[in-house]
Design a protein around this ligand. Structure first.
Ligand SMILES: Cc1cc2nc3c(=O)[nH]c(=O)nc-3n(C[C@H](O)[C@H](O)[C@H](O)COP(=O)(O)OP(=O)(O)OC[C@H]3O[C@@H](n4cnc5c(N)ncnc54)[C@H](O)[C@@H]3O)c2cc1C
Ligand code: HEM
Length: 401
Protein backbone atom coordinates (compact mmCIF):
# COMPACT_ATOMS: atom_id res chain seq x y z
CA UNK A 1 0.00 0.00 0.00
CA UNK A 2 1.14 3.48 -0.83
CA UNK A 3 1.13 5.84 2.14
CA UNK A 4 -1.34 8.77 2.27
CA UNK A 5 1.58 11.20 2.43
CA UNK A 6 3.00 9.75 -0.79
CA UNK A 7 -0.37 9.99 -2.51
CA UNK A 8 -0.61 13.63 -1.51
CA UNK A 9 2.87 14.50 -2.79
CA UNK A 10 2.47 12.57 -6.03
CA UNK A 11 -0.88 14.12 -6.82
CA UNK A 12 0.45 17.59 -6.07
CA UNK A 13 3.45 17.14 -8.36
CA UNK A 14 1.78 15.42 -11.35
CA UNK A 15 0.67 18.77 -12.90
CA UNK A 16 4.13 20.32 -12.44
CA UNK A 17 5.76 17.33 -14.09
CA UNK A 18 3.22 17.26 -16.90
CA UNK A 19 3.93 20.92 -17.52
CA UNK A 20 7.50 19.87 -18.27
CA UNK A 21 6.13 16.86 -20.15
CA UNK A 22 8.08 17.04 -23.38
CA UNK A 23 11.38 18.04 -21.75
CA UNK A 24 10.99 15.32 -19.17
CA UNK A 25 10.11 12.66 -21.72
CA UNK A 26 12.98 13.52 -24.07
CA UNK A 27 15.40 13.71 -21.19
CA UNK A 28 14.17 10.39 -19.81
CA UNK A 29 14.59 8.49 -23.07
CA UNK A 30 18.01 9.98 -23.84
CA UNK A 31 19.15 9.17 -20.35
CA UNK A 32 17.79 5.64 -20.39
CA UNK A 33 19.20 4.84 -23.85
CA UNK A 34 22.63 6.13 -22.72
CA UNK A 35 22.36 4.10 -19.56
CA UNK A 36 21.28 0.87 -21.27
CA UNK A 37 21.73 1.21 -25.07
CA UNK A 38 20.38 -2.32 -25.75
CA UNK A 39 16.91 -0.99 -24.89
CA UNK A 40 16.84 0.72 -28.29
CA UNK A 41 16.18 -2.75 -29.68
CA UNK A 42 12.89 -3.07 -27.84
CA UNK A 43 11.50 0.44 -28.20
CA UNK A 44 9.87 1.51 -31.44
CA UNK A 45 12.34 3.98 -32.92
CA UNK A 46 9.72 5.07 -35.49
CA UNK A 47 7.50 6.26 -32.65
CA UNK A 48 10.44 7.93 -30.96
CA UNK A 49 11.40 9.79 -34.15
CA UNK A 50 7.86 10.48 -35.30
CA UNK A 51 7.02 12.73 -32.33
CA UNK A 52 4.50 10.32 -30.80
CA UNK A 53 6.16 11.23 -27.54
CA UNK A 54 2.99 12.36 -25.85
CA UNK A 55 1.93 8.76 -25.30
CA UNK A 56 5.36 7.64 -24.28
CA UNK A 57 6.21 5.68 -21.22
CA UNK A 58 7.31 8.52 -18.94
CA UNK A 59 4.11 10.42 -19.64
CA UNK A 60 2.06 7.32 -19.00
CA UNK A 61 3.69 6.82 -15.64
CA UNK A 62 2.76 10.38 -14.70
CA UNK A 63 -0.80 9.97 -15.86
CA UNK A 64 -1.33 6.68 -14.07
CA UNK A 65 0.35 7.90 -10.93
CA UNK A 66 -2.56 10.30 -10.57
CA UNK A 67 -4.68 7.25 -9.79
CA UNK A 68 -2.23 5.91 -7.30
CA UNK A 69 -4.88 5.90 -4.56
CA UNK A 70 -7.15 3.77 -6.70
CA UNK A 71 -5.04 1.27 -8.57
CA UNK A 72 -8.11 -0.91 -9.16
CA UNK A 73 -9.44 1.80 -11.52
CA UNK A 74 -6.41 1.17 -13.69
CA UNK A 75 -7.54 -2.40 -14.34
CA UNK A 76 -8.41 -2.19 -18.05
CA UNK A 77 -5.54 0.18 -18.83
CA UNK A 78 -3.07 -1.97 -16.92
CA UNK A 79 -4.34 -5.00 -18.80
CA UNK A 80 -3.69 -3.35 -22.15
CA UNK A 81 -0.20 -2.25 -21.14
CA UNK A 82 0.57 -5.70 -19.77
CA UNK A 83 -0.49 -7.37 -23.03
CA UNK A 84 1.71 -4.96 -25.02
CA UNK A 85 4.63 -5.42 -22.62
CA UNK A 86 4.25 -9.22 -22.65
CA UNK A 87 4.24 -9.23 -26.42
CA UNK A 88 7.52 -7.28 -26.39
CA UNK A 89 8.96 -9.53 -23.68
CA UNK A 90 9.42 -6.89 -20.95
CA UNK A 91 11.02 -8.48 -17.89
CA UNK A 92 10.64 -7.70 -14.20
CA UNK A 93 14.36 -6.90 -13.99
CA UNK A 94 13.90 -4.05 -16.50
CA UNK A 95 11.56 -2.11 -14.20
CA UNK A 96 14.36 -0.79 -11.99
CA UNK A 97 16.11 0.60 -15.11
CA UNK A 98 13.03 2.61 -16.04
CA UNK A 99 12.49 3.57 -12.39
CA UNK A 100 15.97 4.92 -11.76
CA UNK A 101 16.06 6.85 -15.04
CA UNK A 102 12.63 8.32 -14.43
CA UNK A 103 13.52 9.46 -10.92
CA UNK A 104 16.85 10.89 -12.08
CA UNK A 105 15.04 12.71 -14.91
CA UNK A 106 12.52 14.18 -12.49
CA UNK A 107 15.38 15.39 -10.35
CA UNK A 108 17.31 16.81 -13.29
CA UNK A 109 14.33 18.54 -14.88
CA UNK A 110 12.85 19.97 -11.69
CA UNK A 111 16.22 20.97 -10.25
CA UNK A 112 16.10 22.18 -6.67
CA UNK A 113 12.33 21.90 -6.57
CA UNK A 114 12.75 18.11 -6.50
CA UNK A 115 13.14 17.63 -2.78
CA UNK A 116 14.01 14.28 -1.24
CA UNK A 117 10.38 13.96 -0.12
CA UNK A 118 9.21 14.34 -3.71
CA UNK A 119 11.71 11.86 -5.08
CA UNK A 120 10.93 9.32 -2.37
CA UNK A 121 7.20 9.66 -2.99
CA UNK A 122 7.69 9.11 -6.72
CA UNK A 123 9.89 6.11 -6.07
CA UNK A 124 7.12 4.56 -3.98
CA UNK A 125 4.43 5.38 -6.53
CA UNK A 126 6.48 3.98 -9.41
CA UNK A 127 7.10 0.77 -7.50
CA UNK A 128 3.38 0.36 -6.81
CA UNK A 129 2.59 0.70 -10.53
CA UNK A 130 5.46 -1.56 -11.45
CA UNK A 131 4.21 -4.23 -9.04
CA UNK A 132 0.76 -4.24 -10.68
CA UNK A 133 2.25 -4.61 -14.18
CA UNK A 134 4.91 -7.15 -13.20
CA UNK A 135 2.24 -9.39 -11.65
CA UNK A 136 -0.08 -9.08 -14.68
CA UNK A 137 2.79 -9.81 -17.08
CA UNK A 138 3.97 -12.81 -15.07
CA UNK A 139 0.50 -14.29 -15.40
CA UNK A 140 0.42 -13.66 -19.16
CA UNK A 141 3.85 -15.30 -19.61
CA UNK A 142 2.77 -18.26 -17.52
CA UNK A 143 -0.41 -18.79 -19.53
CA UNK A 144 1.41 -18.36 -22.88
CA UNK A 145 3.94 -21.00 -21.92
CA UNK A 146 1.37 -23.39 -20.47
CA UNK A 147 -0.94 -23.38 -23.53
CA UNK A 148 -0.63 -26.43 -25.78
CA UNK A 149 1.87 -25.38 -28.46
CA UNK A 150 2.68 -22.32 -26.36
CA UNK A 151 6.05 -20.70 -25.70
CA UNK A 152 7.84 -17.82 -24.04
CA UNK A 153 10.09 -15.27 -25.76
CA UNK A 154 10.81 -15.49 -29.49
CA UNK A 155 10.08 -18.54 -31.65
CA UNK A 156 11.21 -18.98 -35.24
CA UNK A 157 8.60 -19.24 -37.95
CA UNK A 158 9.04 -19.94 -41.66
CA UNK A 159 7.21 -17.94 -44.30
CA UNK A 160 5.14 -20.55 -46.08
CA UNK A 161 3.25 -18.24 -48.41
CA UNK A 162 3.38 -14.56 -49.24
CA UNK A 163 0.17 -13.31 -50.80
CA UNK A 164 -0.56 -9.76 -52.01
CA UNK A 165 -4.07 -8.79 -50.85
CA UNK A 166 -4.15 -5.30 -52.38
CA UNK A 167 -1.72 -2.73 -53.76
CA UNK A 168 -0.58 -1.98 -50.22
CA UNK A 169 -1.32 -5.03 -48.06
CA UNK A 170 0.47 -8.38 -48.24
CA UNK A 171 -0.25 -11.47 -46.16
CA UNK A 172 2.45 -13.70 -44.71
CA UNK A 173 1.51 -17.28 -43.81
CA UNK A 174 3.79 -18.44 -41.02
CA UNK A 175 4.42 -21.90 -39.61
CA UNK A 176 6.70 -22.84 -36.71
CA UNK A 177 10.22 -23.72 -37.90
CA UNK A 178 10.41 -26.40 -35.19
CA UNK A 179 7.43 -28.20 -36.74
CA UNK A 180 5.63 -28.00 -33.40
CA UNK A 181 2.03 -27.11 -32.60
CA UNK A 182 0.51 -23.66 -32.64
CA UNK A 183 -1.13 -22.37 -29.47
CA UNK A 184 -4.78 -21.31 -29.44
CA UNK A 185 -5.55 -17.58 -29.53
CA UNK A 186 -8.68 -15.50 -29.58
CA UNK A 187 -9.58 -13.78 -32.88
CA UNK A 188 -8.58 -10.13 -32.58
CA UNK A 189 -5.27 -10.84 -30.84
CA UNK A 190 -1.88 -9.96 -32.31
CA UNK A 191 1.68 -11.22 -32.45
CA UNK A 192 4.90 -9.23 -32.22
CA UNK A 193 7.51 -9.74 -34.91
CA UNK A 194 11.16 -8.84 -34.38
CA UNK A 195 13.41 -8.01 -37.31
CA UNK A 196 16.88 -6.58 -37.74
CA UNK A 197 16.66 -3.11 -39.28
CA UNK A 198 19.95 -2.39 -41.11
CA UNK A 199 19.31 1.36 -41.39
CA UNK A 200 19.31 1.58 -37.58
CA UNK A 201 21.73 -1.26 -36.89
CA UNK A 202 19.11 -2.42 -34.36
CA UNK A 203 16.38 -4.97 -33.92
CA UNK A 204 12.87 -3.60 -34.00
CA UNK A 205 9.61 -5.09 -32.76
CA UNK A 206 6.22 -4.46 -34.33
CA UNK A 207 2.79 -5.87 -33.62
CA UNK A 208 0.58 -7.45 -36.28
CA UNK A 209 -2.97 -8.68 -35.67
CA UNK A 210 -3.52 -12.27 -36.69
CA UNK A 211 -5.74 -11.99 -39.76
CA UNK A 212 -6.88 -15.62 -39.91
CA UNK A 213 -8.99 -17.52 -37.39
CA UNK A 214 -7.12 -19.95 -35.12
CA UNK A 215 -6.15 -23.13 -36.97
CA UNK A 216 -3.66 -25.96 -36.58
CA UNK A 217 -1.22 -25.15 -39.32
CA UNK A 218 -0.34 -21.47 -39.65
CA UNK A 219 -0.57 -17.93 -38.34
CA UNK A 220 -1.33 -15.26 -40.89
CA UNK A 221 -0.42 -11.59 -40.63
CA UNK A 222 -1.39 -9.00 -43.25
CA UNK A 223 0.95 -6.05 -43.41
CA UNK A 224 0.36 -2.65 -44.96
CA UNK A 225 3.36 -1.07 -46.61
CA UNK A 226 3.77 2.28 -44.84
CA UNK A 227 4.80 4.28 -47.86
CA UNK A 228 4.78 7.75 -46.24
CA UNK A 229 7.94 9.77 -46.07
CA UNK A 230 9.92 8.57 -44.16
CA UNK A 231 8.90 5.09 -45.21
CA UNK A 232 7.92 2.72 -42.39
CA UNK A 233 10.95 0.67 -41.48
CA UNK A 234 9.62 -2.76 -40.64
CA UNK A 235 6.62 -2.91 -42.97
CA UNK A 236 8.80 -2.08 -46.00
CA UNK A 237 11.42 -4.61 -44.93
CA UNK A 238 8.74 -7.28 -44.68
CA UNK A 239 7.31 -6.41 -48.09
CA UNK A 240 10.64 -6.05 -49.88
CA UNK A 241 13.01 -8.52 -48.25
CA UNK A 242 11.07 -11.27 -46.49
CA UNK A 243 10.13 -14.06 -48.88
CA UNK A 244 8.84 -17.61 -48.87
CA UNK A 245 11.28 -19.86 -46.99
CA UNK A 246 12.65 -17.00 -44.86
CA UNK A 247 12.45 -17.03 -41.09
CA UNK A 248 10.75 -14.55 -38.77
CA UNK A 249 10.79 -14.49 -34.97
CA UNK A 250 7.41 -14.16 -33.26
CA UNK A 251 6.19 -13.67 -29.71
CA UNK A 252 3.13 -15.68 -28.63
CA UNK A 253 -0.28 -14.12 -29.33
CA UNK A 254 -1.47 -11.53 -26.81
CA UNK A 255 -4.00 -8.71 -26.73
CA UNK A 256 -7.12 -7.71 -24.88
CA UNK A 257 -9.06 -6.77 -28.02
CA UNK A 258 -10.81 -9.98 -29.01
CA UNK A 259 -14.06 -11.54 -30.10
CA UNK A 260 -16.25 -12.45 -27.13
CA UNK A 261 -16.78 -16.00 -28.22
CA UNK A 262 -18.79 -16.88 -25.13
CA UNK A 263 -21.71 -14.74 -26.37
CA UNK A 264 -24.35 -15.56 -28.95
CA UNK A 265 -25.50 -12.00 -29.56
CA UNK A 266 -24.80 -10.15 -32.86
CA UNK A 267 -21.41 -8.80 -33.77
CA UNK A 268 -20.66 -5.70 -35.83
CA UNK A 269 -17.10 -5.43 -37.15
CA UNK A 270 -16.21 -1.91 -38.29
CA UNK A 271 -12.84 -1.22 -39.88
CA UNK A 272 -11.00 1.34 -41.93
CA UNK A 273 -8.03 0.46 -44.17
CA UNK A 274 -5.61 -2.05 -42.69
CA UNK A 275 -7.74 -2.07 -39.53
CA UNK A 276 -9.63 -4.93 -41.17
CA UNK A 277 -7.00 -7.52 -40.15
CA UNK A 278 -8.37 -8.46 -36.71
CA UNK A 279 -11.90 -8.23 -38.16
CA UNK A 280 -11.18 -10.84 -40.81
CA UNK A 281 -9.88 -13.18 -38.13
CA UNK A 282 -13.10 -12.63 -36.18
CA UNK A 283 -15.25 -12.99 -39.29
CA UNK A 284 -13.59 -16.28 -40.21
CA UNK A 285 -14.27 -17.59 -36.72
CA UNK A 286 -17.88 -16.37 -36.87
CA UNK A 287 -18.38 -18.02 -40.26
CA UNK A 288 -18.39 -21.36 -38.47
CA UNK A 289 -21.26 -20.32 -36.16
CA UNK A 290 -24.83 -19.05 -36.53
CA UNK A 291 -24.08 -15.75 -34.89
CA UNK A 292 -25.34 -12.73 -36.78
CA UNK A 293 -22.47 -10.59 -38.06
CA UNK A 294 -22.13 -7.39 -40.06
CA UNK A 295 -18.77 -6.53 -41.60
CA UNK A 296 -18.52 -2.81 -42.26
CA UNK A 297 -15.39 -1.69 -44.05
CA UNK A 298 -14.09 1.53 -45.53
CA UNK A 299 -11.24 1.82 -48.03
CA UNK A 300 -10.09 4.51 -50.41
CA UNK A 301 -11.00 2.35 -53.42
CA UNK A 302 -10.83 -1.17 -54.82
CA UNK A 303 -7.08 -0.99 -55.45
CA UNK A 304 -6.31 -0.82 -51.74
CA UNK A 305 -9.25 -2.90 -50.53
CA UNK A 306 -7.61 -6.02 -49.09
CA UNK A 307 -9.28 -9.43 -48.75
CA UNK A 308 -12.30 -8.12 -50.63
CA UNK A 309 -13.12 -11.36 -52.46
CA UNK A 310 -12.77 -13.37 -49.28
CA UNK A 311 -15.23 -11.26 -47.28
CA UNK A 312 -17.64 -11.11 -50.24
CA UNK A 313 -17.56 -14.87 -50.50
CA UNK A 314 -18.37 -15.41 -46.81
CA UNK A 315 -21.18 -12.84 -46.91
CA UNK A 316 -22.50 -14.45 -50.12
CA UNK A 317 -22.49 -17.97 -48.72
CA UNK A 318 -23.63 -17.39 -45.15
CA UNK A 319 -27.06 -15.94 -44.55
CA UNK A 320 -26.15 -14.71 -41.05
CA UNK A 321 -23.29 -12.55 -42.40
CA UNK A 322 -23.75 -9.18 -44.13
CA UNK A 323 -21.19 -6.73 -45.40
CA UNK A 324 -21.23 -3.04 -46.16
CA UNK A 325 -18.40 -1.42 -48.12
CA UNK A 326 -17.63 2.31 -48.29
CA UNK A 327 -15.16 3.77 -50.83
CA UNK A 328 -14.35 7.44 -50.53
CA UNK A 329 -12.41 7.69 -53.80
CA UNK A 330 -13.78 4.91 -56.04
CA UNK A 331 -12.00 4.33 -59.35
CA UNK A 332 -13.87 4.05 -62.65
CA UNK A 333 -13.51 0.28 -62.42
CA UNK A 334 -15.08 0.29 -58.96
CA UNK A 335 -18.03 2.28 -60.27
CA UNK A 336 -18.48 -0.01 -63.28
CA UNK A 337 -18.08 -3.16 -61.20
CA UNK A 338 -20.38 -1.87 -58.41
CA UNK A 339 -17.67 -2.98 -56.04
CA UNK A 340 -18.85 -0.92 -53.09
CA UNK A 341 -22.16 -0.04 -51.48
CA UNK A 342 -21.78 3.55 -50.38
CA UNK A 343 -19.55 6.36 -51.58
CA UNK A 344 -17.80 8.29 -48.83
CA UNK A 345 -16.01 7.62 -45.59
CA UNK A 346 -17.59 5.16 -43.17
CA UNK A 347 -20.70 6.70 -41.65
CA UNK A 348 -23.00 4.42 -39.67
CA UNK A 349 -26.06 6.70 -39.80
CA UNK A 350 -27.18 5.75 -43.33
CA UNK A 351 -26.83 2.04 -42.48
CA UNK A 352 -28.29 2.29 -39.00
CA UNK A 353 -31.07 -0.19 -39.73
CA UNK A 354 -28.47 -2.82 -40.63
CA UNK A 355 -25.97 -2.28 -37.86
CA UNK A 356 -28.09 -1.31 -34.86
CA UNK A 357 -28.74 -4.82 -33.61
CA UNK A 358 -30.13 -5.89 -30.23
CA UNK A 359 -27.46 -6.50 -27.63
CA UNK A 360 -24.66 -6.40 -30.21
CA UNK A 361 -20.94 -6.07 -29.59
CA UNK A 362 -19.18 -3.50 -31.79
CA UNK A 363 -15.53 -3.91 -32.70
CA UNK A 364 -13.65 -0.93 -34.13
CA UNK A 365 -10.23 -0.76 -35.75
CA UNK A 366 -8.87 1.99 -37.95
CA UNK A 367 -7.29 5.42 -37.66
CA UNK A 368 -7.99 7.19 -34.39
CA UNK A 369 -10.40 9.85 -35.79
CA UNK A 370 -12.26 7.06 -37.60
CA UNK A 371 -12.78 5.16 -34.36
CA UNK A 372 -13.80 8.26 -32.43
CA UNK A 373 -16.42 9.04 -35.04
CA UNK A 374 -17.93 5.54 -35.02
CA UNK A 375 -17.84 5.35 -31.25
CA UNK A 376 -19.64 8.68 -30.90
CA UNK A 377 -22.33 7.56 -33.33
CA UNK A 378 -22.84 4.31 -31.41
CA UNK A 379 -22.95 6.06 -28.04
CA UNK A 380 -25.46 8.50 -29.53
CA UNK A 381 -27.71 5.54 -30.37
CA UNK A 382 -27.49 4.40 -26.77
CA UNK A 383 -25.04 1.50 -27.27
CA UNK A 384 -23.42 0.88 -23.86
CA UNK A 385 -19.72 1.76 -23.85
CA UNK A 386 -18.76 -1.69 -22.61
CA UNK A 387 -20.15 -3.13 -25.86
CA UNK A 388 -17.77 -0.98 -27.95
CA UNK A 389 -14.30 -2.50 -28.25
CA UNK A 390 -11.39 -0.99 -30.13
CA UNK A 391 -7.81 -1.60 -31.15
CA UNK A 392 -5.23 1.09 -31.82
CA UNK A 393 -2.49 0.18 -34.30
CA UNK A 394 0.10 2.29 -32.52
CA UNK A 395 1.01 3.64 -29.11
CA UNK A 396 -1.98 3.44 -26.82
CA UNK A 397 -4.40 6.30 -27.31
CA UNK A 398 -7.75 6.54 -25.69
CA UNK A 399 -10.45 7.18 -28.25
CA UNK A 400 -12.90 8.24 -25.58
CA UNK A 401 -12.93 12.04 -25.40
C1 LIG B 1 -1.96 -4.16 -31.67
C2 LIG B 1 -1.44 -3.76 -33.04
C3 LIG B 1 -1.84 -4.46 -34.17
C4 LIG B 1 -1.37 -4.09 -35.42
N1 LIG B 1 -1.77 -4.80 -36.51
C5 LIG B 1 -1.34 -4.45 -37.74
C6 LIG B 1 -1.75 -5.19 -38.89
O1 LIG B 1 -2.50 -6.15 -38.81
N2 LIG B 1 -1.26 -4.80 -40.10
C7 LIG B 1 -0.42 -3.74 -40.24
O2 LIG B 1 0.00 -3.43 -41.37
N3 LIG B 1 -0.03 -3.01 -39.16
C8 LIG B 1 -0.44 -3.35 -37.92
N4 LIG B 1 -0.02 -2.64 -36.82
C9 LIG B 1 0.95 -1.54 -37.01
C10 LIG B 1 2.38 -2.11 -37.06
O3 LIG B 1 2.73 -2.61 -35.77
C11 LIG B 1 3.43 -1.05 -37.40
O4 LIG B 1 3.27 0.08 -36.58
C12 LIG B 1 3.37 -0.65 -38.86
O5 LIG B 1 3.66 -1.77 -39.70
C13 LIG B 1 4.40 0.45 -39.17
O6 LIG B 1 5.67 0.01 -38.81
P1 LIG B 1 6.94 0.45 -39.64
O7 LIG B 1 8.15 -0.05 -38.94
O8 LIG B 1 6.78 0.12 -41.07
O9 LIG B 1 6.85 2.02 -39.52
P2 LIG B 1 7.76 2.93 -38.57
O10 LIG B 1 9.13 3.00 -39.09
O11 LIG B 1 7.53 2.51 -37.17
O12 LIG B 1 7.05 4.33 -38.82
C14 LIG B 1 5.69 4.53 -38.41
C15 LIG B 1 5.23 5.90 -38.87
O13 LIG B 1 6.05 6.91 -38.30
C16 LIG B 1 6.53 7.76 -39.30
N5 LIG B 1 7.93 8.18 -38.99
C17 LIG B 1 8.99 7.37 -38.83
N6 LIG B 1 10.12 8.10 -38.60
C18 LIG B 1 9.72 9.38 -38.62
C19 LIG B 1 10.40 10.63 -38.48
N7 LIG B 1 11.72 10.68 -38.27
N8 LIG B 1 9.67 11.75 -38.57
C20 LIG B 1 8.36 11.72 -38.82
N9 LIG B 1 7.66 10.58 -38.98
C21 LIG B 1 8.33 9.43 -38.88
C22 LIG B 1 6.51 6.96 -40.61
O14 LIG B 1 6.34 7.77 -41.76
C23 LIG B 1 5.34 6.06 -40.41
O15 LIG B 1 4.15 6.67 -40.87
C24 LIG B 1 -0.48 -2.99 -35.55
C25 LIG B 1 -0.07 -2.28 -34.41
C26 LIG B 1 -0.54 -2.67 -33.16
C27 LIG B 1 -0.09 -1.91 -31.95
C1 HEM C 1 5.27 1.38 -14.17
C2 HEM C 1 5.97 1.21 -15.25
C3 HEM C 1 5.49 1.31 -16.67
C4 HEM C 1 4.36 1.90 -17.20
C5 HEM C 1 3.24 2.64 -16.47
C6 HEM C 1 4.40 1.69 -18.63
C7 HEM C 1 3.45 2.15 -19.52
C8 HEM C 1 3.44 1.88 -20.86
C9 HEM C 1 2.39 2.27 -21.78
C10 HEM C 1 1.14 3.05 -21.42
C11 HEM C 1 2.72 1.81 -23.00
C12 HEM C 1 1.91 1.96 -24.29
C13 HEM C 1 1.00 0.73 -24.38
C14 HEM C 1 0.28 0.59 -25.69
O1 HEM C 1 0.76 1.06 -26.72
O2 HEM C 1 -0.78 0.00 -25.69
C15 HEM C 1 3.98 1.13 -22.87
C16 HEM C 1 4.64 0.55 -23.92
C17 HEM C 1 5.93 0.10 -23.82
N1 HEM C 1 6.67 -0.07 -22.68
FE1 HEM C 1 6.06 0.35 -20.82
N2 HEM C 1 5.51 0.97 -18.95
C18 HEM C 1 6.21 0.72 -17.78
C19 HEM C 1 7.40 0.02 -17.69
C20 HEM C 1 8.15 -0.40 -18.75
C21 HEM C 1 9.43 -1.05 -18.64
C22 HEM C 1 10.14 -1.42 -17.36
C23 HEM C 1 9.88 -1.28 -19.90
C24 HEM C 1 11.17 -1.93 -20.31
C25 HEM C 1 12.26 -1.30 -20.44
C26 HEM C 1 8.85 -0.79 -20.82
C27 HEM C 1 8.93 -0.84 -22.19
C28 HEM C 1 7.89 -0.54 -23.02
C29 HEM C 1 7.96 -0.68 -24.46
C30 HEM C 1 9.18 -1.19 -25.26
C31 HEM C 1 6.73 -0.29 -24.96
C32 HEM C 1 6.29 -0.22 -26.43
C33 HEM C 1 6.64 1.17 -26.85
C34 HEM C 1 7.02 1.27 -28.26
O3 HEM C 1 6.36 0.61 -29.07
O4 HEM C 1 7.98 2.01 -28.49
N3 HEM C 1 7.83 -0.28 -20.07
N4 HEM C 1 4.39 1.19 -21.56
Amino acid sequence: MVSPRTIEIVKATVPVLQEHGLTLTKHFYQRMFNDVPELKNIFNMGNQAGGKQQMALAQAVLAYAENIDNLAALGPVASRIAHKHASIGIRADQYPIVGRNLLASIREVLGEAATDDIINAWAEAYQALADVLIAAEAELYRAAQAAPGGWNGWREFIVDRKEPESELITSFYLRPADGGKLPPFVPGQFVSVVVHVPQLGLEQIRQYSLSEAPNDSYFRISVKREANDPAGMVSNLLHDTVNVGDRLRLAPPFGDFYLHEDRETPVVLISGGVGLTPMVSMLNALAGTNRRAVFVHGARNGRVHALKGHVEQIAGEQAHVEHVVFYDEPTEDDVLGRDYHIQGVVDLEPVRARVELPDADYYLCGPQPFMMKQRNTLLGWGVPSDRIHYEVFGPDQQIAA
